[in-house]
Structures are given as structure tokens and as C-alpha cells.
Design a protein around this ligand. Structure first.
Ligand code: NAD
Length: 318
């Protein structure tokens, strides 16, 4: 089996090993692959592993040797899964390697909005406390979560984990998800999307990027939210219409946003959110603690091994 990993660097910048794949065939690992070299590097590769490199109809057409695609992520929107399916190629993802890590990061963004820990610590080190005429000071309004309402759009694995953390902070939890589940009901009250938009103080996105979820946060939905709402997105950037969010952040309609993902990554220098002072943006790191990446690596190799043994697992285009 000829295995080609097209963009392995972010999964394994040197603190993990590709041994699990090496044991399964002849392995070639690229740190990253420019768009115009994808087909050439795949060559006669059979198992293609990607993280964020796009595998399009054109790539599948140009590379007839592909028999398997493994995505080093949960979200698999970088692969044209229909193009793969019509050729009988299974696309396998990693459904749950970093649920706790992404939920934790979501709360880290929210807590930073509430307390601005980093900024206050920097101010202290720069002498602002030593020079202060009072015994304490704060540079932003501070906010308590207890008693506030968390609205979660997409109440699957990560959404539910965030719901549990929000409950632990004393928040009331509302969820919107087209598929209501019994275990979800133990954590949150399921409501309609409009009810959630109208009642939540904090709205957190945890649905996948699908054609019907693209731009789910836009002018119309923001208009239905409470004044001073907080928006969190650790799912996928295109869920948010960034022009509309920037406008709402600048007008104060939205109090603050915490984003780990944006519409185009790496972020474009002209992204309108970069100039919003009340918008925290991290470079898509929610998934990346070592513990999560290790789990991801093990499942990715197990996915390929299952395919080789004729029993593919975690197939997203059955
Ligand atoms: P999941 O499949 O367990 O949950 C997704 C939920 O969204 C499901 O319950 C589904 O019913 C619901 N959903 C589907 N369509 C919807 C819609 N139109 N409106 C509302 N809800 C809808 O997935 P998960 O493991 O919880 O992951 C969620 C997302 O998190 C992934 O799709 C991925 O994009 C993102 N993610 C981000 C990172 C990161 O590093 N920032 C890491 C892992 C996952």
C-alpha cells in the first residue's frame, strides 16, 4: 500500500511519530502541499491522508490510483466526498479525538472575554498595578457566568461537552439541533433556533459546516439575538458571515466574540474581524493539545488498517 500524507506538519510537528502508518505500507510524508502540486505528489499513491489540503473532483480525476482517503480531522469539508463516492473510494474521518479539548478551548475563549486574564497579567508586568493609586484595577467590565444562558447550536459530542462545562459554571443551557437525543436532554433544554437566538446571552457554534449551516450567524440571525450577546465559534469559520459579525461587534450589538476558526485560514490580512477590538481570534488550535493529536494519530492509523483488512471504519461517504 502506497501511503501519501500531504500535509502532516500541524498534526505532527515533531512531537509524535508516524510509526503507525509506516507499519501499514510505503509511507511518504509531506509537511504541506501547495494546491498545484497535489496531483503530482499523490502520483500512484493509494491511501491519501490529508488534514486541510483540498481533494477535489479534479484531483480524483487526475489520480486514478487512489483507493482510500483518510482525513486527519473531524470536519471533512476539504474532501469532495461525492467525487470519492462515485469512484468507490471511502473517506474516513476521526469522529472523536478532541471533544474535551475543543470544549475546554471554547470555555477558555469565554473566560477570557469575562476576565481578560492575559491582558490584566500583561498590564501588571508592565507596571500598571505598581503605579495604581488603588489596591486593584480592571481594564474591562468583568462578567459572571452563573445565571446567564448558554445557547448551543449543534448539540453533538462537542456541543454536549460544552453544555456540561457551562452547567458547571451555573449557566442555564439551551440547545438547538435538528436531531434531539435523550442524553442531550439531561444537559440542556432543546429549543427552536429562533428561541435560542432570542434567549441566549452566549451563543456557541458546534454544528458541522454544511450548505445549510454556512452563514448561520449573519445579519438576519444576529438581528434576532439579545443586545450585548457573546458569540463563540470553535467549529468552522464559514458558519459566520464575518462582515455581518464585524458590523455587529463595532456597533456593540454583539458584546464580544471568541473565534478559533475563520472563513479563510490562515486568516487574510484584510479579514474585517482583525480590526474589532472586542473579538478574540486564535489560530485554529482547539484540537491541538498533544493528548488530542496523539489520539488522532492512533485512530487515523487504525482507520487505514481497518480499510486494509476489508472492514473500513469511520466512513463518512458510505
Ligand atoms: P458531532 O457530529 O458529534 O455533532 C455535530 C452536531 O451538529 C450533531 O448533533 C448534528 O445533529 C448537529 N447538526 C447538524 N446539522 C445541524 C444544523 N443545521 N443546525 C444545528 N445543528 C446541526 O460533531 P462534533 O464532534 O461535536 O464536532 C462538531 C464540529 O466541531 C465539527 O464538525 C468540526 O467542524 C468542529 N471541530 C473543530 C475543531 C477545532 O480545532 N476548532 C476540532 C474538532 C472539531
Amino acid at each position: 500500500m502506497k501511503i501519501v500524507i500531504l500535509d502532516g506538519y500541524t498534526e505532527n510537528p515533531g512531537d509524535l511519530t508516524w510509526d503507525g502508518f509506516e507499519q501499514l505500507g510505503q509511507l511518504k510524508v509531506y509537511d504541506r502541499t501547495p494546491k498545484d502540486q497535489v496531483a503530482e505528489r499523490i502520483g500512484d499513491g493509494e491511501a491519501i491522508i490529508v488534514n486541510k489540503t483540498a481533494l477535489t473532483e479534479e484531483v480524483f480525476a487526475a489520480c486514478p490510483s487512489i483507493r482510500y482517503v483518510g482525513v486527519l480531522a473531524t470536519g471533512y469539508n476539504v474532501v469532495d466526498i461525492e467525487a470519492a463516492k462515485k469512484r468507490g473510494i471511502p473517506v474516513c474521518n476521526i469522529p472523536a479525538y478532541g471533544t474535551g479539548a475543543v470544549a475546554q478551548m471554547t470555555m477558555a475563549l469565554l473566560l477570557e472575554i469575562c476576565h481578560h486574564v492575559g491582558e490584566h497579567s500583561n498590564a501588571v508586568k508592565e507596571g500598571e498595578w505598581s503605579d495604581c493609586q488603588d489596591w486593584c484595577f480592571w481594564k474591562h467590565p468583568l462578567m459572571e457566568l452563573s445565571g446567564k444562558t448558554m445557547g448551543i447550536i449543534g448539540f453533538g459530542r462537542i456541543g454536549q461537552a460544552v453544555g456540561q462545562l457551562a452547567k458547571a459554571f451555573g449557566m442555564e443551557v439551551l440547545a438547538y439541533d435538528p436531531y434531539e437525543r435523550e442524553n442531550g436532554k439531561a444537559i440542556a433544554a432543546y429549543v427552536t433556533r429562533d428561541q435560542l437566538l432570542a434567549r441566549a446571552d452566549v451563543i456557541s457554534l458546534h454544528c458541522p459546516l454544511f450548505p445549510d449551516t454556512k452563514g448561520i450567524i449573519g445579519r438576519e440571525t444576529i438581528g434576532k439575538m439579545k443586545d450585548g450577546v457573546i458569540i463563540l465559534n470553535t467549529s468552522r469559520g464559514p458558519l459566520v458571515d464575518e462582515e455581518a459579525l464585524a458590523e455587529a461587534l463595532n456597533s456593540g450589538k454583539v458584546y464580544a466574540a471568541g473565534l478559533d476558526v475563520v472563513s479563510e485560514e490562515p486568516i487574510r490580512k484584510d479579514n474585517p474581524l482583525l480590526s474589532c477590538s472586542n473579538c478574540l481570534i486564535t489560530p485554529h488550535i482547539a484540537w491541538a493539545p498533544l493528548e488530542s493529536r496523539k489520539r488522532l494519530m492512533e485512530i487515523a492509523a487504525a482507520n487505514l488498517e481497518a480499510f486494509i483488512k476489508g472492514k473500513p471504519q469511520n466512513v463518512v461517504n458510505p
